[in-house]
Design a protein around this ligand. Structure first.
Ligand code: ADP
Ligand code: MG
Length: 252
Protein backbone atom coordinates (compact mmCIF):
# COMPACT_ATOMS: atom_id res chain seq x y z
CA UNK A 1 0.00 0.00 0.00
CA UNK A 2 3.00 2.33 0.28
CA UNK A 3 2.21 3.98 -2.98
CA UNK A 4 3.61 7.33 -3.25
CA UNK A 5 6.33 9.83 -3.11
CA UNK A 6 8.25 10.87 -0.05
CA UNK A 7 5.87 12.70 2.29
CA UNK A 8 7.94 13.22 5.44
CA UNK A 9 11.70 13.18 5.69
CA UNK A 10 13.94 13.42 8.76
CA UNK A 11 17.61 14.14 8.26
CA UNK A 12 19.92 13.93 11.27
CA UNK A 13 17.25 15.13 13.68
CA UNK A 14 18.39 15.67 17.27
CA UNK A 15 16.67 16.95 20.39
CA UNK A 16 18.84 17.40 23.44
CA UNK A 17 17.61 18.45 26.89
CA UNK A 18 20.77 19.79 28.47
CA UNK A 19 23.14 16.83 28.43
CA UNK A 20 20.41 14.31 27.64
CA UNK A 21 20.32 13.27 24.00
CA UNK A 22 16.62 12.35 23.93
CA UNK A 23 16.75 12.14 20.12
CA UNK A 24 20.12 11.87 18.41
CA UNK A 25 20.81 12.12 14.68
CA UNK A 26 17.69 10.29 13.57
CA UNK A 27 16.99 9.97 9.84
CA UNK A 28 14.20 8.18 8.02
CA UNK A 29 11.43 8.96 5.60
CA UNK A 30 7.80 8.14 5.15
CA UNK A 31 6.15 7.57 1.80
CA UNK A 32 2.69 8.73 0.99
CA UNK A 33 0.11 6.04 1.85
CA UNK A 34 2.39 4.15 4.19
CA UNK A 35 1.88 3.10 7.81
CA UNK A 36 5.23 3.40 9.55
CA UNK A 37 5.66 2.11 13.09
CA UNK A 38 8.05 3.75 15.54
CA UNK A 39 9.00 1.38 18.34
CA UNK A 40 11.53 1.23 21.15
CA UNK A 41 11.73 0.93 24.93
CA UNK A 42 10.39 3.58 27.29
CA UNK A 43 12.59 6.65 27.19
CA UNK A 44 13.90 5.85 23.70
CA UNK A 45 12.80 9.28 22.46
CA UNK A 46 9.68 8.40 20.47
CA UNK A 47 7.35 11.01 21.97
CA UNK A 48 10.10 13.62 21.82
CA UNK A 49 10.54 12.84 18.14
CA UNK A 50 6.78 13.28 17.62
CA UNK A 51 7.02 16.63 19.39
CA UNK A 52 9.80 17.73 17.05
CA UNK A 53 8.04 16.49 13.90
CA UNK A 54 4.77 18.19 14.86
CA UNK A 55 6.43 21.46 15.89
CA UNK A 56 5.67 21.21 19.60
CA UNK A 57 9.44 21.37 20.22
CA UNK A 58 12.12 22.79 17.93
CA UNK A 59 14.92 20.34 17.04
CA UNK A 60 18.37 20.99 18.50
CA UNK A 61 19.68 20.22 15.02
CA UNK A 62 18.69 18.45 11.86
CA UNK A 63 15.99 18.90 9.28
CA UNK A 64 12.37 17.80 8.92
CA UNK A 65 10.69 18.19 5.54
CA UNK A 66 7.03 17.71 4.69
CA UNK A 67 6.11 17.58 0.99
CA UNK A 68 9.67 18.76 0.33
CA UNK A 69 9.20 21.85 2.49
CA UNK A 70 11.52 22.48 5.42
CA UNK A 71 9.27 22.61 8.50
CA UNK A 72 12.05 22.29 11.10
CA UNK A 73 11.41 25.74 12.51
CA UNK A 74 7.67 25.93 11.96
CA UNK A 75 5.24 26.29 14.85
CA UNK A 76 2.79 23.46 15.43
CA UNK A 77 -0.17 25.39 14.01
CA UNK A 78 1.70 26.12 10.77
CA UNK A 79 2.54 22.43 10.46
CA UNK A 80 -1.07 21.52 11.17
CA UNK A 81 -2.16 23.75 8.31
CA UNK A 82 0.14 21.81 6.00
CA UNK A 83 -1.85 18.65 6.72
CA UNK A 84 -0.31 17.02 9.79
CA UNK A 85 -2.42 16.03 12.79
CA UNK A 86 -1.49 14.09 15.89
CA UNK A 87 -2.68 12.49 19.08
CA UNK A 88 -0.80 12.49 22.38
CA UNK A 89 0.42 9.61 24.52
CA UNK A 90 -1.99 10.53 27.31
CA UNK A 91 -5.66 11.07 26.53
CA UNK A 92 -6.44 14.77 26.26
CA UNK A 93 -10.19 15.08 26.04
CA UNK A 94 -12.73 17.31 27.70
CA UNK A 95 -14.70 14.69 29.68
CA UNK A 96 -17.62 17.04 30.39
CA UNK A 97 -18.09 17.83 26.71
CA UNK A 98 -19.88 15.74 24.12
CA UNK A 99 -18.11 13.65 21.51
CA UNK A 100 -19.18 16.26 18.98
CA UNK A 101 -17.74 19.12 21.03
CA UNK A 102 -14.47 17.29 21.52
CA UNK A 103 -14.19 16.40 17.85
CA UNK A 104 -14.87 20.02 16.88
CA UNK A 105 -11.71 20.99 18.74
CA UNK A 106 -9.74 19.27 16.01
CA UNK A 107 -10.85 21.94 13.58
CA UNK A 108 -8.60 24.43 15.25
CA UNK A 109 -5.04 24.36 14.12
CA UNK A 110 -3.82 26.27 17.12
CA UNK A 111 -2.50 25.68 20.60
CA UNK A 112 -4.59 24.02 23.27
CA UNK A 113 -5.14 27.16 25.32
CA UNK A 114 -6.47 29.10 22.36
CA UNK A 115 -9.03 26.54 21.28
CA UNK A 116 -11.83 27.20 23.71
CA UNK A 117 -11.58 30.92 23.22
CA UNK A 118 -11.69 30.64 19.46
CA UNK A 119 -14.75 28.38 19.68
CA UNK A 120 -16.61 31.26 21.33
CA UNK A 121 -15.69 33.62 18.52
CA UNK A 122 -16.91 31.46 15.69
CA UNK A 123 -19.35 32.73 13.13
CA UNK A 124 -22.57 30.72 13.06
CA UNK A 125 -21.87 29.40 9.56
CA UNK A 126 -18.33 28.42 10.53
CA UNK A 127 -19.67 26.63 13.56
CA UNK A 128 -22.18 24.73 11.45
CA UNK A 129 -19.49 23.69 9.00
CA UNK A 130 -17.26 22.55 11.83
CA UNK A 131 -20.10 20.61 13.44
CA UNK A 132 -20.75 18.93 10.15
CA UNK A 133 -17.08 17.97 9.73
CA UNK A 134 -16.90 16.70 13.31
CA UNK A 135 -20.02 14.55 12.91
CA UNK A 136 -18.66 13.21 9.64
CA UNK A 137 -15.34 12.15 11.20
CA UNK A 138 -17.10 10.60 14.21
CA UNK A 139 -19.07 8.53 11.74
CA UNK A 140 -15.90 7.65 9.85
CA UNK A 141 -14.35 6.11 12.98
CA UNK A 142 -17.62 4.45 14.01
CA UNK A 143 -18.62 6.64 16.96
CA UNK A 144 -22.33 7.09 16.46
CA UNK A 145 -23.63 8.67 19.65
CA UNK A 146 -22.26 12.16 19.12
CA UNK A 147 -24.12 13.76 22.06
CA UNK A 148 -22.68 11.33 24.60
CA UNK A 149 -20.23 12.88 27.09
CA UNK A 150 -16.65 11.95 26.30
CA UNK A 151 -15.97 11.08 29.94
CA UNK A 152 -18.59 8.31 29.76
CA UNK A 153 -16.75 6.41 27.03
CA UNK A 154 -14.54 3.41 27.77
CA UNK A 155 -10.85 4.15 27.26
CA UNK A 156 -10.70 2.41 23.90
CA UNK A 157 -13.41 4.65 22.50
CA UNK A 158 -11.81 7.74 24.04
CA UNK A 159 -8.68 6.93 22.06
CA UNK A 160 -10.77 6.47 18.91
CA UNK A 161 -12.41 9.82 19.67
CA UNK A 162 -8.96 11.42 19.78
CA UNK A 163 -8.28 10.03 16.33
CA UNK A 164 -11.59 11.45 15.09
CA UNK A 165 -10.64 14.83 16.54
CA UNK A 166 -7.33 14.71 14.67
CA UNK A 167 -9.15 13.73 11.47
CA UNK A 168 -11.39 16.81 11.63
CA UNK A 169 -8.36 18.80 10.47
CA UNK A 170 -8.41 16.60 7.33
CA UNK A 171 -4.77 15.53 7.64
CA UNK A 172 -2.73 13.78 4.98
CA UNK A 173 -0.31 12.68 7.72
CA UNK A 174 -1.53 11.36 11.05
CA UNK A 175 0.81 10.84 14.03
CA UNK A 176 -0.49 8.50 16.72
CA UNK A 177 1.37 8.19 20.03
CA UNK A 178 0.57 4.84 21.65
CA UNK A 179 -3.10 4.72 20.61
CA UNK A 180 -3.55 1.17 21.94
CA UNK A 181 -2.21 1.83 25.44
CA UNK A 182 -4.64 0.43 27.99
CA UNK A 183 -7.01 -1.01 25.41
CA UNK A 184 -8.67 -4.40 25.72
CA UNK A 185 -8.12 -7.04 23.04
CA UNK A 186 -11.39 -6.30 21.24
CA UNK A 187 -10.69 -2.58 21.28
CA UNK A 188 -7.24 -3.18 19.83
CA UNK A 189 -8.79 -5.17 17.01
CA UNK A 190 -11.16 -2.29 16.27
CA UNK A 191 -8.24 0.12 16.29
CA UNK A 192 -6.27 -2.04 13.83
CA UNK A 193 -9.26 -2.19 11.51
CA UNK A 194 -9.66 1.58 11.71
CA UNK A 195 -6.00 2.21 10.88
CA UNK A 196 -6.21 -0.03 7.82
CA UNK A 197 -9.41 1.68 6.74
CA UNK A 198 -7.80 5.12 7.05
CA UNK A 199 -4.81 3.91 5.07
CA UNK A 200 -7.19 2.68 2.38
CA UNK A 201 -8.69 6.15 2.30
CA UNK A 202 -5.30 7.72 1.65
CA UNK A 203 -4.15 8.77 5.10
CA UNK A 204 -0.44 8.27 5.79
CA UNK A 205 0.22 7.17 9.37
CA UNK A 206 3.19 7.31 11.73
CA UNK A 207 2.42 5.29 14.83
CA UNK A 208 4.25 4.80 18.13
CA UNK A 209 3.02 1.60 19.71
CA UNK A 210 4.19 -0.92 22.29
CA UNK A 211 1.75 -3.68 21.41
CA UNK A 212 3.86 -5.85 19.11
CA UNK A 213 0.95 -7.93 17.83
CA UNK A 214 -0.85 -4.80 16.71
CA UNK A 215 2.27 -3.20 15.27
CA UNK A 216 3.43 -6.24 13.35
CA UNK A 217 -0.04 -6.68 11.84
CA UNK A 218 -0.69 -3.11 10.85
CA UNK A 219 2.51 -1.41 9.72
CA UNK A 220 4.30 -1.58 6.39
CA UNK A 221 7.68 -0.69 7.88
CA UNK A 222 9.22 -0.08 11.26
CA UNK A 223 11.83 2.24 12.70
CA UNK A 224 13.33 1.05 15.97
CA UNK A 225 14.75 3.57 18.44
CA UNK A 226 16.92 2.96 21.47
CA UNK A 227 18.53 5.62 23.68
CA UNK A 228 17.55 8.39 21.27
CA UNK A 229 19.10 6.74 18.24
CA UNK A 230 17.73 4.80 15.32
CA UNK A 231 18.71 1.20 15.91
CA UNK A 232 17.12 -0.38 12.86
CA UNK A 233 14.63 0.11 10.05
CA UNK A 234 12.77 -2.40 7.92
CA UNK A 235 9.68 -4.50 7.35
CA UNK A 236 8.12 -6.24 10.38
CA UNK A 237 9.74 -9.50 9.23
CA UNK A 238 13.17 -7.89 8.89
CA UNK A 239 12.86 -6.25 12.29
CA UNK A 240 11.81 -9.45 14.03
CA UNK A 241 14.95 -11.12 12.70
CA UNK A 242 17.27 -8.20 13.42
CA UNK A 243 19.88 -9.33 16.00
CA UNK A 244 20.45 -5.91 17.62
CA UNK A 245 16.71 -5.34 17.92
CA UNK A 246 16.11 -8.73 19.47
CA UNK A 247 18.81 -8.07 21.98
CA UNK A 248 17.86 -4.51 22.89
CA UNK A 249 14.13 -4.71 22.67
CA UNK A 250 12.37 -7.90 21.87
CA UNK A 251 14.15 -9.70 24.72
CA UNK A 252 16.64 -11.84 22.80
P1 ADP B 1 9.51 7.60 24.76
O1 ADP B 1 8.32 8.29 24.20
O2 ADP B 1 10.26 6.80 23.74
O3 ADP B 1 9.17 6.76 25.96
P2 ADP B 1 10.38 10.25 25.48
O4 ADP B 1 10.56 10.93 24.18
O5 ADP B 1 9.16 10.55 26.25
O6 ADP B 1 10.56 8.67 25.26
O7 ADP B 1 11.61 10.57 26.41
C1 ADP B 1 12.96 10.43 25.96
C2 ADP B 1 13.87 10.98 27.04
O8 ADP B 1 13.79 12.39 27.07
C3 ADP B 1 13.54 10.50 28.44
O9 ADP B 1 14.74 10.30 29.14
C4 ADP B 1 12.74 11.64 29.01
O10 ADP B 1 12.83 11.69 30.40
C5 ADP B 1 13.40 12.84 28.35
N1 ADP B 1 12.52 13.99 28.16
C6 ADP B 1 11.38 14.00 27.43
N2 ADP B 1 10.85 15.23 27.40
C7 ADP B 1 11.66 16.01 28.15
C8 ADP B 1 11.67 17.40 28.52
N3 ADP B 1 10.68 18.21 28.09
N4 ADP B 1 12.66 17.86 29.29
C9 ADP B 1 13.66 17.03 29.69
N5 ADP B 1 13.73 15.74 29.39
C10 ADP B 1 12.75 15.21 28.63
MG1 MG C 1 6.34 8.20 24.66
Amino acid sequence: PASGEELLKLEGVSKHFGGLKAVNEVSFSLRSGEILGLIGPNGAGKSTLFNVISGVLPPTSGKVTLHGKDISRFASRQIARLGMARTFQHVRLFPEMTLLGNAMMGGYTRAHAGMTRSLLHLERSEEAALQHAAAEQLGRVGLGNVFELAGNLPLGQQRILEIARALVADPTLLLLDEPAAGLRVGEKRELSALLRKLQGEGVTILIVEHDMDLVMNVVDRLVVMNYGEKLAEGTPREIQQHPAVREAYLGG
